[in-house]
Ligand binder design. Structure first.
Ligand code: NAD
Ligand code: LYC
Length: 592
């Protein structure tokens, strides 16, 4: 989808044949490196391809830590390390930072490509991971609080709004389901307990034993509470208190809309985090669009002496063999190679690409480590999304829009149906909160629904185009009937993205939203942390503990940078042999 940034530019400049300027700010890109663009007219229907060649002068030959990818996970790792004085270089395949939390512009409007409901931007506690990541680089974003996290439009005319106020939300829910009054209170109260435990401890690497011992000593009750819930799923707790199948289906949907699985497969720690933080720190929209978070982190990284190199796909992680202190053969990283064959030597490598991308594409010559095999036995790729970005004339809608995020489901049985745009529809209208994203009188709609890659392969270009149009019309008809009368006639422009679009522009295998359990697993216990079986290769982002979510990947960035800092001797840690043995035990025997 971010192609639209490029296509915007092509319209203006393709005749120039050879230009040098930055695609993200349209200025001469001194700080981003020099892009040489040359455009080739590909076919008579005015499609153009763009090739971006980076002048290798701006690329480093060596660095202390090389980070592959500038998603929020990669950027937080990089900024936290740069803050400690480590020399960090980030290599990003695309032309702007952010990955799934990036943006594109078209005709002066700003569209978020993925993330839009942002947790972790609150101003208190410890779970406001995004606020803290930005503060670490001296940046405070202007954000707009969202008074309603989600407006649910459900079967049998059930309408529920998740208010910022916990009491108001619970009251609305209890009025709708009076027979489950106590059960609902018990369930959500238990989620609060988990949240309060999390929110009272410093959040760092769980595979750094010195930190664990310290945090257990400082907050024993909170830690024991977390240990208790680590192996539980939200569905287990909900079933302790609630028996009405419709209320349980609602709890499933409450989990599904961010974890893409039902409550039985959703870790209780994550549910506690989401169901607590939305009422505590709250949901906030960053003024100017979600892209400002990644742009600010990238700016912060550069101000701390780190560098970020756009349009630079990493094609392989370079490894060597060595022996550890127990005499075992080990593989360790020694750098990365870029698509233009440039090699960057680096003792530490962090991959913000998914674990599938990392081990299948960037390490094709090594046998898949046992730890990764186990991970794949437990987790599979979630579906991708069919996304529709609309510009809508607000005056032509039949009534004013008040809530930013909506979920529409007409049939409980179809919650997880992802074929042919039948199941849950997500709608985000960020202009409700931030009118600066579009001209006065217009709304931006981002509508999406899960969709599998397999439905989109093997189509001819015409079939592909036709399928996008057909599913778009189907979704819009559903929305028009269920929630937004007059929507279709108010549309000024529509841009449709498929799983193929997500794969291409977000560089995620099959365009996946992230990993999901293949079956019911013991909560978060089986989710891998940042270290991998290859010495000094770390993963960060949503295929590491605790999974999807911008605040979750920001946490994984805190945790990854902390583990690396311990490995670099920059923070206190146990004697190396004890540290190695304990963190091996935590990572390999407990989590894998
Ligand atoms: N809150 C919401 O509304 C919402 C919606 C969608 C996604 N999200 C979240 O966004 C999170 C994703 O964050 P993340 O940090 O895991 O990663 P990400 O996928 O956002 O970013 C990864 C980055 O790595 C880059 N990359 C991949 N392979 C590369 C290579 N070989 N060379 C160079 N660069 C490469 C990609 O271009 C991308 O910029 C997910 O957890 C998801 O939950 C949230
Ligand atoms: C080691 C041992 C044994 C022990 C230890 C104990 C302890 C200390 C523990 C601890 C733990 C921890 C720290 C944990 C942490 C966690 C976390 C941080 C978590 C987080 C999470 C988050 C999340 C999950 C989030 C999510 C979100 C999301 C995903 C969102 C999404 C959204 C969307 C998709 C949108 C929708 C839309 C519409 C509706 C429109």
């Amino acid at each position: 989808m971010n192609a639209f940034i490029a296509s915007d530019l092509l319209k203006r400049d393709y005749k120039g044949c050879k230009k040098t300027f930055c695609l993200c700010c349209n200025k001469l890109p001194m700080k981003y490196g020099w892009f040489s663009l040359y455009y080739r007219k590909q076919s008579s229907n005015r499609n153009f391809s763009t090739r971006v060649v980076i002048n290798s002068v701006s690329l480093p030959n060596e660095t202390e830590v090389a980070v592959i990818g500038s998603g929020i996970g990669g950027l937080v790792t990089a900024t936290k390390l740069a803050k400690r004085g480590v020399k960090v270089a980030v290599f990003e395949k695309y032309l702007i930072p952010g990955g799934s939390s990036g943006y594109f512009t078209k005709d002066g409007l700003i569209f978020d490509v993925g993330a839009s409901m942002i947790f972790g931007l609150g101003n208190k506690g410890t779970t406001n991971t995004l606020t803290r990541a930005l503060a670490a680089v001296g940046i405070e974003l202007e954000t707009i609080p969202d008074p309603v996290q989600i407006h649910y439009h459900l079967p049998d005319n059930i309408n529920i709004r998740v208010h910022r106020s916990y009491e108001k939300f619970l009251e609305e829910l209890q009025m709708r389901f009076p027979h489950e009054r106590q059960g609902l209170k018990n369930f959500y109260d238990e989620c609060w307990q988990v949240f309060h435990s999390l929110n009272s401890i410093e959040l760092l690497s769980l595979e750094e034993p010195y930190y664990l011992l310290r945090v257990f000593r400082e907050k024993p009750l909170a830690c024991l509470g977390l240990v208790k819930y680590l192996s539980w799923n939200a569905g287990d707790i909900a079933r302790k208190y609630i028996s009405d199948p419709i209320v349980l289906a609602f709890i499933d949907l409450e989990c599904y809309c961010w974890s893409v699985v039902d409550a039985n497969k959703t870790p209780m720690i994550n549910a506690g985090m989401v169901f607590g933080d939305r009422h505590y720190g709250g949901i906030h929209y960053p003024k100017g669009g979600v892209g400002t978070i990644a742009r600010s982190l990238a700016k912060g990284l550069e101000s701390l002496g780190g560098s970020i190199h756009y349009g630079n796909p990493v094609v392989s992680i370079l490894c060597d063999h060595s022996q550890d202190s127990f005499g075992r053969k080990l593989m360790h990283t020694k750098g990365i190679q870029l698509k233009n064959r440039h090699i960057v030597t680096s003792q530490y490598v962090v991959s913000n690409a998914t674990r599938w991308n990392t081990f299948d594409q960037l390490l094709p010559d090594i046998a898949l480590p046992v730890m990764e095999q186990r991970w794949r036995e437990n987790y599979q790729m979630s579906p991708s999304f069919l996304s529709i970005h609309l510009t809508v004339d607000a005056n032509r809608l039949s009534y004013p829009i008040v809530d930013c995020h909506h979920i529409v489901l007409e049939n409980w049985e179809e919650m997880e149906t992802a074929k042919d745009a039948q199941g849950t529809i997500f709608v985000s209208i960020p202009t409700v909160l931030d009118s600066s994203l579009a001209p006065a009188g217009y709304h931006i709609f981002h509508i999406f629904t899960p969709s599998w890659m397999e439905e989109w392969i093997g189509l001819s270009p015409e079939e592909y185009k036709e399928k996008k149009q057909r599913l778009k019309n189907h979704i819009l008809a559903r929305l028009e009937k269920a929630v937004f009368p007059g929507l279709t006639s108010a549309i000024q422009q529509a841009i449709v993205g498929s799983p193929r679009t997500h794969r291409r522009f977000l560089s995620r295998l099959d365009g996946t939203y992230g990993p999901i359990p293949r079956r019911k697993l013991p909560g978060l216990l089986t989710m891998p942390l940042n270290r991998t079986s290859i010495d000094k290769l770390y993963c960060v982002g949503d295929s590491t503990f605790p999974g999807q979510g911008l605040n979750a990947v920001a946490f994984s960035g805190f945790s990854c940078s902390h583990r690396i800092a311990a490995d670099m001797d920059l923070v206190p840690h146990l004697p190396v042999w004890l540290d190695r043995w304990l963190s091996w035990w935590i990572s390999y025997s407990r989590f894998q």
